[in-house]
Design a protein around this ligand. Structure first.
Ligand SMILES: [Zn+2]
Length: 417
């Protein structure tokens, strides 16, 4: 099969104009300018005014929350959202159904791999079965009570070991956040991660109330945790910012992927870059909480590997990485499209621990996102620019094309093999 399009970006280098990709046995055999391929035009499927990118990577989501959808009204308050989330989690739905719905949305949005944070880990075999084999499922654990650390860690170990023995995507662990995990539980997580070489993901420096809580032990988050009886008697704040705190616990040495990182200083960003940690930026989740500032430019300037994620449908309208890229450009117009493409592809692969992922190159699996380019209204647009009129024409996974039809995204079908 040969695909031809107005533009191709391979994951590195410049855009290729009038490019082509030859695909055989589910792998990329050749990629370059169509003219250099030396085949008749009718030999190629010409997508015309479109761009072919390496299939996108959604570096942070919670597929098991795909049933929540818009049930959680927009809110400025992170703590009231946490309260609503706790209630929403109690709604009994078949978790597998929620995960499968999430997978369909992800693929329809141009992505073929996710960094999924999951309480049960059930998404690991499901992602494997649906072909999103380069995903990572981080089993989540939390608990501030030091006495419960051994019990909680044993539960996490049991879950992880159960998944390691069966066909599933790569399994990791997610000690939830610096404000919800005790130092004792963090230490047990490090032991487990070292024993099985597990990747780690942690929600870090997401909100200002997290910073208030860790530095001074005060604010909305303290009130919330007390309200739920989750703050142990005599608990003392570490008196540090989230990143400093993780560093003091030896966590950064594990090279975790840190989700959000909205409140990070320049010195902290440099520390993360030196430690080799990745960050995952989730712009639409930030907009959901009406956060007006983020540390994206600080992280990029410091050389941190920054990936892009949608987070869950509990704080976003869709799990589409195309939507996320277009939104990121809207809130950060200073970013070049190439930087955004990198965040959504190669950086995402690196955040998930795959150095060779998120690229189109000879010998690699044919994982491609075909996206229509906007119809120009005469305005001079940056080459490769996308906007809200762009759509995912198809997502190719190992040479197979998938398309999601609007409104019936769960009925994705293989168009051609
Ligand atoms: Zn999250």
């Amino acid at each position: 099969m040969i695909l031809r399009a107005e533009l191709i970006w391979t994951g590195r280098g410049e855009l290729i104009r009038d490019g082509a990709i030859r695909i055989g046995n589910g792998h990329v055999e050749w990629v370059g300018p169509f003219d250099a391929m030396d085949v008749a035009p009718q030999a190629a499927e010409d997508l015309g005014h479109a761009i072919l990118l390496p299939a996108l990577i959604n570096a942070h989501t919670h597929l098991d929350l795909s049933h929540v959808g818009r049930r959680l009204a927009r809110t400025r308050s992170f703590s009231s959202w946490l309260k609503r989330m706790a209630r929403a989690r109690m709604v009994t739905v078949f978790e597998g159904h929620s995960i499968r719905k999430g997978i369909d949305h992800v693929v329809a949005g141009g992505a073929v791999a996710v960094g999924d944070v999951s309480v049960s880990g059930k998404s690991a075999p499901l992602l494997w079965r649906h072909g999103l084999v380069r995903s990572v499922v981080y089993c989540e654990i939390y608990g501030l009570d030091p006495d419960g650390a051994i019990r909680r860690a044993a539960r996490l170990r049991h879950r992880v070991e159960g998944l390691l023995g069966r066909p599933a995507v790569r399994v990791g662990i997610s000690p939830h956040a610096p404000y919800s995990v005790s130092p004792q539980l963090f230490a047990r997580c490090v032991e487990l991660a070292e024993e099985y070489a597990l990747p780690m993901a942690i929600h870090t420096a997401e909100s200002d109330i997290e910073v208030d809580f860790l530095t001074g032990g005060t604010g909305e988050l303290r009130a919330l945790l007390e309200n739920y009886g989750l703050l142990p008697e005599g608990w003392k704040p570490p008196g540090m910012t989230p990143v400093q705190y993780l560093d003091s616990l030896g966590i950064l040495a594990m090279k975790p992927t840190l989700i959000h990182c909205n409140y990070v200083s320049q010195a902290e960003a440099e520390l993360l870059a030196r430690a080799g940690c990745s960050a995952v930026h989730c712009p639409r989740s930030n907009a959901f909480f009406r956060r007006t500032a983020d540390s994206l430019q600080t992280l990029l300037a410091a050389g941190v590997n920054v990936a892009l994620g949608t987070d869950s449908l509990a704080s976003n309208d869709s799990l589409s990485m195309l939507d996320e890229m277009v939104f990121l450009k809207r809130v950060h117009p200073e970013l070049e499209w190439r930087t955004i493409f990198e965040m959504a592809t190669v950086n995402g692969a690196r955040a998930l621990g795959y150095e060779q992922g998120g690229m189109l190159a000879q010998g690699l699996p044919a994982n491609v996102a075909a996206i229509s380019l906007p119809v120009s209204d005469g305005e001079q647009m940056e080459p490769g620019a996308l906007d809200a009129s762009s759509s995912v024409l198809f997502t190719m996974m190992h040479g197979r094309k998938f398309t999601g039809r609007p409104g019936v995204l769960q009925e994705m079908r293989a168009v051609t093999a």
